[in-house]
Design a protein around this ligand. Structure first.
Ligand code: ATP
Length: 231
């Protein structure tokens, strides 16, 4: 049964968190979140668009407000999904560690599950205070095309070079009681870069993003002038 928002904020719940640029949000993000929610029996999945992503070029980034709006319209019909504008309220780069610390008072009894693509997880050593992050939240790593699950261990070792970590049944137990789960869900091969490039080339993005997001992109003229090469 779906819990009410106030119940989620008060009670002991499993809270999934998907951070991202969402430039724009697409069906790959949504399907992954839904599969992980079912698999791990999460009570809620909170999407958190980043305001100023620390590791991304800003040229093709549409303003936070519009990315937030697109995430809202993409998630509104799923009672388990919610959106947080928390990173839009903070000046400067949007570091996940600061976001999780700010979320704690809002969800005092929640156990956090930070859902992240394998591509993004491999850069975890470049994030602010990664060791602290591993104390605050479980990680749920999902497959991305071109990346293998063995790379997860390497990424952990870049943060804890002296730790003897092992993956057993797709789980790595971390020193402070949190886990890293690898969840082999059916990742859809869609990226926001692909969507931006399609719009720029005047090609259809139908069935890659929710219909409302597609219309919002056209109405606002986003991504027409991008100069993107990443596949
Ligand atoms: P870009 O193409 O601009 O780099 P993106 O499509 O990778 O964007 P982000 O907003 O950067 O989207 O991603 C947010 C999170 O969602 C990251 O952890 C990323 O790995 C994950 N993710 C992105 N696309 C997919 C997908 N198709 N399936 C599962 N996870 C995804």
């Amino acid at each position: 049964m779906v819990k009410g928002k106030s119940e989620i904020k008060r009670g002991a719940v499993k809270l999934g968190i998907v951070g991202g640029t969402f430039n724009p949000i697409h069906l790959g993000h949504l399907r992954a979140a839904e599969e992980i929610r079912e698999e791990l029996r999460l009570d809620e999945v909170l999407f958190i668009p980043s305001n100023i992503p620390p590791h991304r070029p800003l040229e093709s980034l549409v303003p936070f407000f519009h990315r937030y709006q697109m995430v809202k319209m993409a998630t509104v019909d799923n009672p388990y999904f919610a959106v947080s504008g928390i990173e839009g309220k903070r000046p400067g780069k949007s570091y996940t560690i600061d976001t999780l610390k700010a979320l704690y008072p809002e969800y005092p009894n929640a156990v956090f599950y930070f859902i992240i693509g394998l591509d993004a997880f491999l850069e975890i050593n470049t994030w602010k205070k990664p060791q602290e992050l591993f104390k605050l939240t479980h990680f749920v790593v999902i497959p991305r095309k071109g990346f293998g699950k063995k790379q997860i261990l390497h990424a952990v070792k870049t943060v804890y070079p002296h730790l003897n970590v092992k993956m057993q049944q797709d789980i790595i137990q971390m020193p402070h009681g949190k886990n890293i789960h690898f969840c082999p869900i059916s990742s859809l091969d869609i990226s926001a870069t692909q969507i931006r490039n399609l719009v720029k080339a005047n090609k259809s993005i139908r069935y890659l993003v929710p219909r409302a997001v597609e219309e919002y992109i056209y109405q606002n003229g986003f991504y027409r002038g991008d100069d993107e090469t990443k596949d």
